[in-house]
Ligand binder design. Structure first.
Ligand code: GAP
Length: 438
């Protein structure tokens, strides 16, 4: 791993913790490997990313149906989908220290990378998390935490047909948690055991899959740009057959240049009619689509764009993280988020904390702005220079300062995060002045 990049990841992880974006889960108990909690700013940032995704791919389109299905689903679902047999990673276990590793992630599959002990035979390891339901012993039934959101869409396919009678092509979408018992979670938010996933199943006639695949590939590129991921750091990878998921006939991955290497960000898969066909066979319920105009009945095919939300947040942080020399010998760290997704949009400060008249006026401006822009912060900690540095570090697009002139002429200073330029703006023109389109 390149030293400078390695360093960049450490800096981002440390900033994320210091400023309340991401914490290790249950840290006071030593943490849980592969689990992270979003702090106040991380939660707002994630909310904004998901909100943008939902508006882009679901509520902003007429051909998409939103869904929020259960996280626990019966064993039969996963039997039918092939996840109980095919959702596996190759694993090796050290005979001495008993640690487990992804066989495809280590270079020497004979020697333990931790203790140099002898590694056992390669085995397949299933990633699904079983849960036993029921409170009386002997009366349990097995369910699984979902390993992908997609199955919620397939098992609700008939419900959507019956409720809405959609015409092909159309999609069913959801955002929510997925769970995978990863053998070796690592690289911060990149590989964890529970993660937010946004995906949709787009149903088409078989003959239309290729053009649909190209269409969604382009839309995914537009999303990358809209959410604030550096496009030059994203690369398409045609996934070879032996690396594709068991359900896919074609997969293109969108890879991102993380500081720890080029790895998967998103996926786009052609799932054929694999899932609907399997659920129809196992459930004995017809999942055919009826074309009213021709009377044809058939099982639609599926193109599936999938977006890990944790990886999105990580790629957004990596893309936004900038170190700049402000003047000779003075540096600033700034998160150059797209203004529309910044977790705090505006910080409002009195120039001096303990001058009552300034604080009173600042509160007035704060209340006025908050009615229109909920993600704002009242910041009167430290001196103004320190406040600017802190707000830069959390990516706040605008800092508004109330000073003695404000009391005379009802104008405030507005500082722009990226240019650091300051302008005097009339209070009654402030809301119009603040621009979050970039
Ligand atoms: N329904 C298709 C599907 O689940 P996938 O490639 O297995 O496809 C989808 O996963 C996306 O979920 C990936 O592109 C990635 O963004 C994210 N993802 C997968 N495993 C993850 C993990 N262990 N931690 C964080 N994100 C993960």
């Amino acid at each position: 791993m390149e030293k400078t990049n390695d360093n960049k990841m450490e800096k981002i992880i440390s900033l994320a913790k210091r400023r309340g974006f991401v914490y290790q889960s249950a840290e006071i108990y030593g943490g849980l490997a592969g689990s992270f909690d979003y702090g106040p700013l991380g939660a707002e940032l994630m909310f904004n990313i998901k909100d943008l995704w939902w508006r882009t791919f679901v509520s902003g389109r007429e051909d998409m149906y939103g869904l929020a299905s259960s996280l626990m689903m019966p064993e039969a679902v996963w039997q039918a989908s092939g996840h109980l047999d095919g959702f596996t990673d190759p694993m090796v276990e050290c005979k001495k220290c008993k640690r487990r590793f992804r066989a495809d992630h280590i270079e020497n599959t004979k020697e333990c990378p931790e203790c140099k002990g002898e590694l056992g035979e390669e085995k397949t390891f299933n990633l699904m998390f079983p849960v036993e339901l029921g409170s009386t012993e002997g009366e349990t039934s097995r369910a699984y935490l979902r390993g992908e959101n997609a199955q919620g869409m397939f098992v609700n396919f008939k419900n959507i047909l019956d409720s809405f009678h959609p015409k092909l092509p159309f999609g069913i979408a959801q955002i929510g948690k997925s769970f995978r018992n990863e053998i070796s979670p690592r690289d911060f938010l990149f590989r964890v055991r529970e993660f937010d996933l946004a995906e949709f199943e787009y149903f088409v006639r078989e003959s239309d899959w290729e053009k649909t695949f190209e269409y969604w590939k382009e839309e995914m590129w537009k999303w990358v740009d809209a959410v604030g991921i550096n496009k030059e750091s994203v690369h398409e990878l045609e996934v070879p057959e032996n690396d594709r998921a068991h359900y896919s006939k074609r997969t293109v991955d969108f890879e991102f240049d993380y500081p720890f290497g080029r790895k998967e960000l998103y996926g786009l898969a052609y799932r054929t009619d694999h899932d609907l066909k399997a659920h129809m066979e196992h459930s004995k319920v017809s999942l055919e689509y009826l074309d009213d105009s021709t009377g044809e009945r058939f099982i639609p095919h599926v193109v599936e764009p999938t977006f890990g939300m944790g990886r999105t947040l990580l790629a957004v942080l990596v893309s936004a993280y900038t170190e700049e020399e402000v003047k000779e010998g003075e540096k600033r760290i700034v998160l150059k988020f797209k203004k529309s997704i910044a977790p705090v949009k505006v910080a409002i400060s009195p120039l001096l904390k303990n001058k009552e008249a300034l604080a009173g006026k600042a509160r007035e401006v704060f209340d006025m702005v908050r009615k229109e822009i909920p993600q704002i912060m009242y910041d009167d900690n430290g001196n103004i220079g320190k406040r600017y540095r802190r707000q830069d570090e959390i990516g706040t697009p605008y800092c508004v300062v109330i000073d003695f002139d404000t009391l005379e002429d009802d104008t405030v200073t507005v500082r722009d995060r990226d240019t650091m330029k300051q302008e005097r703006v009339k209070i009654d023109e402030l809301l119009k002045y603040l621009d979050f389109s970039g």
